[in-house]
Structures are given as structure tokens and as C-alpha cells.
Design a protein around this ligand. Structure first.
Ligand code: NAI
Length: 469
């Protein structure tokens, strides 16, 4: 850790651009603005050191500004090598004066260096709280603490190249500060997790009794996953594909793998542009939902030779394999919108002597295949909406990030067990209410008689916990 290094970003000259775009985001982020107004005076996060590992975009800059107004001392890194908006990073570093370690196009080595910087304060201490997206910061911390207990895990063989990098970094650090990660882990008041994939990681830990601190699942607030994952992807997927390729979507056959919240948004977006949409699913409930919407549900084996554009949205691995790619049409476009780059078997392309890459522009590669045909791969198989475009619009991120702020305040209060919590429904409803103010809407108010009839309070919550929206 370089104690004198205040931040590391691509270009300090982009600060003014970043600041102007943050200003423009304000009107579209009514939830975050309300949090700033409501809690700015009391500063419920004062004295809290927060590490963020979340796409360093303009919207995230607004989240950082809000957490700062609530009193937090913050350090930040991005959670993907391609997702940083360099003007946003510049505004955070120079206008908000928050140490940020992020730039667009990091190598994986740099990425984990940045994550470690965000987790380490100049005095060697760590955060009280983590805002995580995908669970990388949490994973690094827990792996470090586990390695301090049992250093042999650092030498266990692994095929996962990225995990190897993490282990190497931890190994190097152990020599100079042997109990550092354990101290950070023991001091941590908790993690709030942004996305489906990161939440899976947390529940896995909790189920095996290995979650070492409390966690809040922000993803499953209704005002997060049923908005960001769905409507956010409905807009930013097409943005990513268009900026990367300018392809005409209308008339094409688009294959969406996974019909969860993200897949539903992707399918709707592509259909809205006039595509014929095919879905692949493993879950019969989601497959039936797709059928009810009029989509054809197929397997990848069947779809591989039919699709013009392929989108993975599963959070699973090996969804599009080398075998599938070899069957694809000339110049089929493939991309992933799920959190990790494990959905498309990139290693097939990278390691096969029959495949060759021609770079068209950043995040757009033509791959020549054994079949003699070429396919177009976007963002190297990483999140297309953040790699090839600028992620979700401010408005929907305001809804997600308002939940993040509420989660951070809940964790800061303390008194929680080492479990994964979701935010109370009343707060979820409040987040929705705040975002309704952006529109010309008039909500109906229950009469006392009606409330009694339904057996709920006039002020809500309006639905039982098991309601699915
Ligand atoms: P979800 O769990 O609601 O949906 C995933 C769906 O994929 C499920 O219905 C599952 O049955 C299906 N699936 C799993 N394995 C499959 C396979 N091998 N073939 C076909 N279908 C399969 O999850 P959600 O919320 O839709 O998230 C999906 C991914 O997108 C996650 O990695 C999440 O972290 C990420 N995400 C990305 C965003 C972005 O901006 N790029 C925004 C929100 C989430």
C-alpha cells in the first residue's frame, strides 16, 4: 500500500465534465437527494469508514456524494475492469476528495490492486462497512482472513486465474502485516450487497456458517431487483449493443439466455426493437413465464445456429460454449449482461489454436473460428451494458442506491447477527414513494374502513412478506 497515493484515475482533466454530469443526475435521482436532505444534518454514518467496490459511474459518484454527506469516510474501487467512467472517477477524486482507484480498461492485476487500495486506509486499518457489487471486496477480505488462520490455502491449486491473482496479492501482504485481514474482518460492521450474484455468494457463506459479519441483501429489495435488473437492463442492454455495433436489431433473431429479472428486461428490449426473441431457461417457472409472454423457449443447442444476437443473463457459467460458437452464423454477435465473465466460454476462444482475434475497437472483437466463420464478441464477455455503454440510467440507479444508503445506515447502527438481512418492506415502499415524486402521479389513499377491510394499516406496509410483485 502506497500511503502517499491519494487516488489513481485515468485523467484528472475530466473532473469538470464529471461534476457537470453529476449536477445533471440530481433531478433524476430523487431518492438519493431525499436521503441527503433527510439525514445530512444528523450524519448517521459519521465516524464510519466505508469501502466501495461498485462500478465507478456518474450514478455511483452520486451515491458516494450521498454517503459522504451522511458523514462517511470513503475509499472506492470499481467492480469491473471495463465499467469505470473516467470523468466520474475524476469528479469523485478531485471534487469530492474521495480516494478512488479506478479507470476504464484495468488489467486484472490492476483491478485487484485497486480493490486492495480501497480496502486499506493510510494507517493500515480497514473499513467499518463495505458497499459491494458482486462480492469481490468481501471475498478478498474473507480470503485474506482465512489465509491468516491457515496459510496453506494460499498454495492450493486453482484453475481460476483471477482467484490466483487474489491469492498472490494476499500472500505478498502477509509477510509485511500478518494479522491485517483478520483485524479488518473482526472490526467490520457489515456488507451491503448490490447484485444477484454477490447475494448468492453471501447466502452460500451464511448457509455454511462461514459469514463472519452481518450482511444486507440490497438486490432483493423490490425497488432494486424489480426495477434496476429489469427496467435498467431494458434500456442499457440495447445501448451497449448499439454503441458497440450499430447493428439493426429489428428483424433479427435474438437469443436471451436466462429469463430472470435481467433476462425479462433484455427480452422486452429486443422485442421492442422488432427482434424475434428466443429464450433459454433451466427453471420451468421462468420458462413458463417466457412462454406466456409469447417467446419461444429453446435450448442453446437448438438456438446456436439460429441466432443473430446472443445475450447471457443467467449468473451461471458455461452458458455459451465453444461448441455453440462453432455453430453460429457469420458475424453473430455474442454478449453477456450477467455479473461475471463466466457465462460465455471465453477460454475456448483465447486458448484454441483454431481461433484468432481481430480487434475492431475497444470492447469489440471479431473472432475467427474453426468453422471458418467469424463472430463478434462484446466487452470480452464481461457486462455489455457497462463495458460498451454507461450502465443504467440515473433514475433507476437512484432507486437501487437509496436502498444501499438505508442498508449502510442499518449496518452502522449495529446489533445485527451474522446473517443476511433484507430491508423492511416499509422502507422499500418508502423508496418507491420517493421516486414517484419525479412523475405526475397521484397515489390513492386507503380509507380507514378499506384498511380495516384489508387488515392492513393506512400507511402500509401494503403487502405481506410473501407477496412477489
Ligand atoms: P435471476 O436469478 O433472477 O435470473 C437468472 C435466470 O437464469 C434464472 O431464471 C435461472 O433459472 C436462469 N439460468 C441459470 N442458469 C441457466 C442456464 N445455464 N441456462 C439458462 N438459464 C439459466 O438473476 P437476475 O437478477 O436476472 O441476474 C442475472 C445476472 O445479472 C446476475 O449475475 C446479476 O448479478 C446480474 N445483473 C447485472 C446487471 C447489469 O447491469 N449488467 C444488473 C442486475 C443484475
Amino acid at each position: 500500500i502506497d500511503k502517499k497515493l491519494k487516488f489513481k484515475i485515468a485523467d484528472e482533466n475530466l473532473k469538470d465534465f464529471g461534476v457537470k454530469e453529476m449536477k445533471l443526475a440530481e433531478r433524476e435521482m430523487p431518492g438519493l437527494m431525499a436521503v441527503q436532505q433527510r439525514y445530512g444534518k444528523d450524519k448517521p454514518l459519521s465516524g464510519m469508514k466505508i469501502t466501495g467496490s461498485l462500478h465507478m459511474t456518474i450514478q455511483t459518484a452520486m451515491l458516494i456524494q450521498t454517503l459522504q454527506k451522511l458523514g462517511a469516510d470513503i475509499r472506492w474501487a470499481s467492480c469491473n475492469i471495463h465499467s469505470t467512467q473516467d470523468h466520474a472517477a475524476a469528479a469523485v477524486a478531485l471534487e469530492l476528495d474521495v480516494p478512488v482507484f479506478a479507470w476504464k480498461g484495468e488489467t486484472l492485476q490492476e483491478y485487484w490492486w485497486c480493490t486492495e487500495q480501497a480496502l486499506t486506509w493510510p494507517d493500515g486499518s480497514g473499513p467499518d462497512l463495505i458497499v459491494d457489487d458482486g462480492g469481490d471486496a468481501t471475498m478478498m477480505l474473507i480470503t485474506g482472513a482465512n489465509a491468516e488462520k491457515d496459510p496453506s490455502i494460499l498454495d492450493k491449486p486453482t484453475d481460476n486465474q483471477e482467484f490466483k491473482i487474489v491469492l498472490e496479492r494476499i500472500k505478498r501482504g502477509l509477510e509485511s502485516s500478518p494479522a491485517r485481514w483478520t483485524k479488518i474482518q473482526d472490526n467490520l460492521k457489515g456488507v451491503s450487497e448490490e447484485t444477484t450474484t454477490g447475494v448468492h455468494r453471501l447466502y452460500k457463506l451464511a448457509e455454511s456458517g462461514k459469514l463472519p459479519f452481518p450482511a444486507v441483501n440490497v438486490n432483493d429489495s423490490v425497488t432494486k431487483s424489480k426495477f434496476d435488473n429489469l427496467y435498467g437492463c431494458r434500456e442499457s442492454l440495447a445501448d451497449g449493443i448499439k454503441r458497440a455495433t450499430d447493428v439493426m436489431v429489428s428483424g433479427k433473431t435474438v437469443v436471451v439466455c436466462g429469463y430472470g429479472d435481467v433476462g425479462k428486461g433484455c427480452a422486452q428490449s429486443m422485442r421492442g426493437l422488432g427482434a424475434r426473441v428466443l429464450i433459454t431457461e433451466v427453471d420451468p417457472i421462468c420458462a413458463l413465464q417466457a412462454v406466456m409472454e409469447g417467446y419461444q423457449v429453446v435450448t442453446m443447442e437448438e438456438a446456436a445456429s439460429k441466432g443473430d444476437i446472443f445475450i447471457t443473463a443467467t449468473g451461471c457459467c458455461d452458458v455459451i460454449t465453444g461448441e455453440h460458437m462453432e455453430q453460429m452464423k457469420e458475424e453473430a454477435i455474442i454478449c453477456n449482461i450477467g455479473h461475471f465473465d463466466s457465462e460465455i466460454e471465453m477460454s475456448y476462444l483465447e486458448n484454441s489454436k483454431d481461433c484468432a482475434k481481430i480487434n475492431i475497437k475497444p470492447q469489440v472483437d471479431l473472432w475467427k473460428l474453426k468453422s471458418g466463420r467469424t463472430i463478434i464478441v462484446l466487452a470480452e464477455g464481461r457486462l455489455v451494458n457497462l463495458g460498451c455503454a454507461t450502465g443504467h440510467p440515473s433514475f433507476v440507479m437512484s432507486s437501487s442506491f437509496t436502498n444501499q444508503c438505508l442498508a449502510q445506515m442499518m449496518l452502522a447502527k449495529g446489533g445485527l447477527e451474522h446473517k443476511v438481512y433484507t430491508l423492511p418492506k416499509k422502507l422499500d415502499e418508502e423508496v418507491a414513494r420517493l421516486h414517484l415524486t419525479r412523475f405526475d402521479t397521484k397515489l390513492t389513499k386507503l380509507t380507514d374502513k378499506q384498511a380495516q377491510y384489508l387488515g392492513i394499516s393506512v400507511e402500509g406496509p401494503y403487502k405481506p412478506e410473501h407477496y412477489r410483485y
